[in-house]
Design a protein around this ligand. Structure first.
Ligand code: ADP
Ligand code: AMP
Ligand code: ZN
Length: 217
């Protein structure tokens, strides 16, 4: 299964992608995670990307498209993949179409995760992850069963993203509405777009996704 989770920052793409990855055995390809790994390693790409990400702007299409093209050719993508945070612009969507066509592949679903902006700000400013395994949490909506201990790996260190502050979030939302939301009609016209109510609680969103894959919605 090849799918795109398309939605604004904080919509729940990463949360659901991790669950889908476990359930379907296909990898989550998050361009944001790839960039943060480059930032952490201090590579030239990471240094350039950090500045752009701290402003909430988009990293250049060429860099992003190159990262995805290299990633989907790895063996773990042979049964499909979940694109999380890509594509984010017309140019990226066009490049993805060409990349898939060259490989004789097609998207199964593009899932729009709908959440209103005020809720997104609340979600992003309360977001944190396990520093060891990357499991996602939230100060209010998704605390670990035992506060301070990761449910998945028993890790006790957690981290927050530099760009998860209210000011940067507002810019990221503007960028989403300007550059990424226009992809929705593009995928709707292709007949692959499905909507889920991302305002519902986490388990409910997972159930809505299951219904999409089973031919509902
Ligand atoms: P995205 O990957 O789309 O930016 P995340 O999956 O990281 O978003 O979710 C953002 C924050 O909101 C996280 O802290 C997560 O725990 C929380 N969250 C995700 N889905 C929901 C939901 N349906 N209801 C409430 N909180 C959620
Ligand atoms: P995310 O983890 O998806 O919230 O992305 C964090 C930041 O990484 C974004 O605000 C952008 O600066 C950058 N980024 C992630 N994915 C892309 C992409 N597909 N195109 C351009 N920039 C991206
Ligand atoms: Zn963990």
């Amino acid at each position: 299964m090849k799918l795109i989770l398309l939605g604004p920052p904080g919509a729940g793409k990463g949360t659901q992608a991790r669950r889908l990855m476990d359930a379907h055995g296909i990898p989550q390809l998050s361009t944001g995670d790839m960039l943060r790994a480059a930032v952490a390693e201090g590579t030239p790409l990471g240094k350039m990307a950090k500045e752009v990400m701290d402003h909430g702007d988009l990293v250049s299409d060429d860099i992003i498209v190159g990262m995805i093209a290299e990633r989907i050719d790895r063996p773990d993508c042979s049964n499909g993949f979940i694109l999380d945070g890509f594509p984010r612009s017309d140019a990226q969507a066009g490049a993805l179409d060409s990349m898939l066509a060259e490989r004789g592949l097609a998207l199964d679903h593009v899932i729009e995760m709908k959440v209103i902006d005020d809720v997104l700000v609340e979600r992003i400013t309360g977001r944190y992850t396990c520093a060891n395994c990357g499991a996602g949490y939230h100060d209010t909506f998704q605390q670990p069963r035992k506060i301070g201990v990761c449910d998945e790996c028993d890790g006790t260190e957690f981290k927050r993203r530099a760009d998860d502050n209210e000011e940067t979030v507002r810019s990221r939302l503007d960028v989403y509405h300007d550059q990424t939301a226009p992809l929705l009609p593009y995928y709707r016209a292709k007949g692959v777009l499905r909507e889920v109510d991302g305002m519902a609680d986490i388990d409910d969103v997972t159930a809505q996704l299951g219904a999409v894959f089973n031919g509902g919605n």
